[in-house]
Design a protein around this ligand. Structure first.
Ligand code: SF4
Length: 93
């Protein structure tokens, strides 16, 4: 697996490149722009055009990214483990 996926229209990884083990993406069609993730993890998310965008991906593992994904009311943030593709957040019930 190369891990260099091309962002789709729905999943915006911000276009930035960082070295790290986690892929972070935001479903901008689901995002309603609450800003909660930007407040919780300003190093990783920013509001662009009224909706959240990952400031870069992949990223180094960081609990604040998981917290932001878990607390998004729309479950618009997805964090996956780059090596395995396993979804780390949001947790499925
Ligand atoms: S918490 Fe969710 S809905 Fe709110 S800005 Fe972030 S991605 Fe969008």
């Amino acid at each position: 697996m190369s891990g260099a996926g091309t962002p789709t229209a729905r999943e915006d990884t911000g276009g930035g490149t960082r070295d790290g083990d986690w892929e972070v993406s935001v479903d901008r069609l689901s995002c309603t722009g609450t800003g909660m993730c930007v407040h919780a993890a300003p190093a990783f998310f920013g509001l662009v055009g009224g909706r959240s965008q990952a400031l870069g991906s992949p990223v180094e593992p960081d609990e604040t990214v998981l917290d932001a994904a878990e607390n998004c009311p729309l479950e618009a943030i997805r964090v996956t483990e780059r090596a395995t593709g396993r979804v780390l957040a949001p947790e499925e019930f």
